[in-house]
Design a protein. Structure first.
Length: 347
């Protein structure tokens, strides 16, 4: 049996763990036809795919842990799978924390969080008293959370976010059409540092990685190939109707430009990461064959170019095994800072 598409397989896998009466073995998972893994795959290939799926589910709030006996189980305490019964004060507390996350440009689930907040607001049975609201809005240090208790306001924000996602989809369709017809594109672009500029490019190819779409194009102002993130483009338009023959021939292999999430941005420095020998079997899935690997004693050193340090820290934190950042020092300090932020939020 061939593996099902990843989206369908992830849903089936989550349902299997939600309904499981006992921890599941690797065999239980691979050979359950209702989940949808390739039952003819070698054990190592299956485990790599299962490891990636566990990461995807973890990003959605479903945490699968590996037990001491090498079986797998749903972590009920860490997963967001139980029905919640919150009073108005608790709901306001959750919303106050959530607002701070939505304002963080490095938080990857802001879109989903806004819809979750809209649902929480609609379930608020009674308004808070002015004293209760003041207790939530103002923290211990007197910093305001700017909490808006209006249901209509929250729902309007959710709808606006949904429209923004629709705009991104339209952008992608326009970009893909321009690639096919080889029409020049012009758009405003906000880079990872928040700097805005106007670009005019020759679109060459689109690709998707880590849940995001990218455009590979030749930047007319710099006469080199650049990668642009779809959700950072605005006011996208064709600037003319030139024929295909007007494009200068370009030789490229799009696979050379498909990198890890932190390999797109305006920073540029090398990071060195130590990976223990016991995790050597994870190397191909972790590195995607990007960067350079060298053995050092019983361990491995991964040297990789980083163009977005915040994306890189998120990537490191998403792994289910320990990775040690060796250098640069600034990256180690940013990692510690993010760990402290998580600890402060969740204790």
């Amino acid at each position: 049996m061939q593996a099902l598409p990843s989206e369908e397989r992830l849903v089936n896998l989550a349902l299997a763990f939600l309904s499981a009466k006992r921890p599941l073995t690797a065999q239980d998972i691979q050979f359950n036809s209702q989940i949808g893994y390739d039952q003819d795959a070698h054990e190592a290939a299956f485990k790599k795919m299962f490891f990636r799926d566990k990461q995807e589910l973890a990003q959605a709030g479903i945490i699968i842990t590996t037990r001491a006996d090498n079986t797998y189980a749903l972590d009920d305490n860490a997963s967001y799978v139980s029905d919640l019964d919150l009073d108005p004060l608790e709901i306001a507390s959750v919303r106050a924390i959530a607002y701070s996350l939505m304002d963080d440009p490095n938080f990857p689930l802001a879109h989903d969080l806004r819809f979750a907040l809209a649902k929480l607001t609609s379930s608020l049975a009674k308004p808070l008293s002015s004293q209760e609201e003041e207790e939530i809005i103002w923290g211990e240090d007197g910093d305001p959370f700017e909490l808006d208790m209006s249901r209509d306001s929250e729902l309007e924000k959710a709808q606006a976010d949904k429209k923004d996602t629709g705009a991104q989809d339209k952008n992608l369709l326009l970009v893909q059409k321009a690639v096919e017809d080889r029409k020049f594109l012009k758009f405003d672009y906000t880079n990872a540092s928040g700097k805005n500029s106007t670009k005019q490019v020759e679109p060459l190819a689109t690709f998707s990685t880590a849940g995001r779409w990218y455009l590979l194009a030749r930047d007319s102002s710099k006469d080199d190939l650049r990668v642009f993130r779809n959700d950072r483009m605005t006011f996208l338009r064709q600037v003319n109707t030139r024929a295909k023959a007007d494009f200068t021939p370009v030789s490229f292999d799009v696979r050379d430009y498909i990198g890890l999430p932190f390999m797109y941005g305006d920073e540029s420095f090398e990071a060195r990461i130590k990976i223990s020998a016991q995790n050597s079997w994870r190397l191909a899935g972790l590195t995607k064959h990007k960067g350079e690997l060298h053995a050092k004693g019983d361990d491995f050193i991964w040297t990789i170019e980083v163009k977005d340090s915040h994306e890189f820290i998120r990537f490191i934190l998403a792994q289910e095994f320990d990775l040690e950042i060796l250098e640069p020092q600034e990256l180690k300090e940013l990692y510690i800072e993010k760990i402290k932020e998580v600890y402060k939020l969740h204790g």
